[in-house]
Design a protein around this ligand. Structure first.
Ligand code: F6P
Length: 345
């Protein structure tokens, strides 16, 4: 078969591992040929691609980012977009498409598969919030990067007797805040699934100061809602073609509130895209390659409109419709972990 791959949406460590494994098994096991469209769905619309061979993908599973580059292009919003995609796939004699992306990218994959384009998905987001899969690749790396940053924040916050608020990614779900906050021993962990109670946050920090520890570390997910202010949006940034505003600045806004309410000197740091950069962890390299192997099997089994998922220890697949219907968010089990580890105030 002639198979095309693309990577859409925000990048994340492990994308190259998926590409590597799909190409390797496809060529060695099935005798496939591959191309990779560049810049997500934009590359399909522009007929912009590179050949993917055993040689050109050799060693990429170790590297971060995506050799195919990425964009947040929404084919559904482009007039004649679906026809153009069909035309380009026909022109290049493509038998199947593997799209690596989050719920936005997969909404396009679903739309295309419902319109006769043989396509399958691989779930991608460091936010780890795609339904039906226990974990997305890239999440483990993001948590490791955030945890290392929080470890470092402890010592400088301690030296200066300060509170430091660490803003991490997570638009709708607080998986990164939860995992890095717990791993990094944060005194306060704030996730978008729960309302922020400023008095409680300040009481937790005051507890430290009252008990001989004159500093505090707060981890907050970018998608949290502040009382009265709601989500903090970067007003200067454009809304993307899927309608998402850029979230940024909750750490700073929260730091101001904490300083005002407690009198403790407070700083903030936004880890931003450092969480998506650099080499994937060993776990993400393995997980990414397992997703890639399953994706090429799905192609040969004609599982159009389905997406690879991790269930327990197994890689299997579900419909894309199911995967993008809702976000997978933290629930009471995880709130309990946060609460049980908090100081009793
Ligand atoms: O891919 C998900 C994500 O990392 C979110 O956590 C974050 O809000 C967003 O992407 C940032 O997107 P961009 O790279 O386009 O600024």
């Amino acid at each position: 078969m002639r198979v095309a791959l693309l990577t859409g949406g925000g990048d994340c460590p492990g994308l190259n591992a998926v590409i590597y494994a799909a190409v390797r098994k496809g060529i060695n096991h099935y005798g496939d040929e591959f191309i990779g469209f560049l810049n997500g769905w934009r590359g399909v619309l522009d007929n912009n691609f590179i050949p993917l061979t055993l040689e050109s993908t050799d060693g990429i599973q170790l590297r971060g980012g995506t050799i195919l580059h990425s964009s947040r292009t929404n084919v559904k919003k482009v007039p004649g977009g679906i026809e153009k995609v069909q035309e380009v796939l026909k022109l290049n004699k493509i038998d199947a498409l593997i799209a690596l992306g989050g719920d936005d990218t997969q909404s396009v994959t679903l739309f295309l598969s419902e319109n006769g384009v043989p396509s399958v998905g691989v779930p991608k987001t460091i936010d780890n919030d795609i339904s039906g899969t226990d974990q997305t690749f890239g999440f483990d790396t993001a948590v490791m990067i955030a945890t290392e940053a929080i470890d470092r924040i402890h010592t400088t916050a301690d030296s200066h007797n300060r509170v430091i608020v660490v803003e991490v990614m997570g638009r709708d779900a607080g998986w990164i805040a939860y995992a890095s906050g717990v791993a990094g021993g944060a005194h306060v962990i704030l996730v978008p699934e729960q309302e922020i109670d400023i008095d409680h946050v300040c009481n937790l920090l005051k507890y430290n100061y009252d008990h001989g520890k004159h500093y505090g570390v707060v981890v907050v997910a970018e998608g949290c809602h502040l009382p009265e202010k709601g989500q903090i949006i970067d007003e200067g940034a454009k809304v993307d073609s899927f309608g998402h505003a850029r979230l940024s600045g909750i750490g700073e806004a929260l730091a101001e509130m904490i300083e005002k309410n407690t009198g403790f000197e407070t700083r903030s740091v936004n880890l931003g895209h450092t969480q998506r950069g650099g080499v994937p962890t060993a776990y993400d390299r393995v997980l990414g390659q397992r997703y890639g192997l399953h994706a090429i099997d799905m192609v040969h089994e004609g599982k159009w409109g389905r997406i690879a998922v991790l269930k327990g220890l197994d890689i299997t697949d579900i419909t894309i419709k199911e995967a993008i219907a809702t976000n997978r968010r933290l629930d009471q089990r995880f709130f309990d972990v946060i609460e049980d580890l908090e100081a009793k105030v």
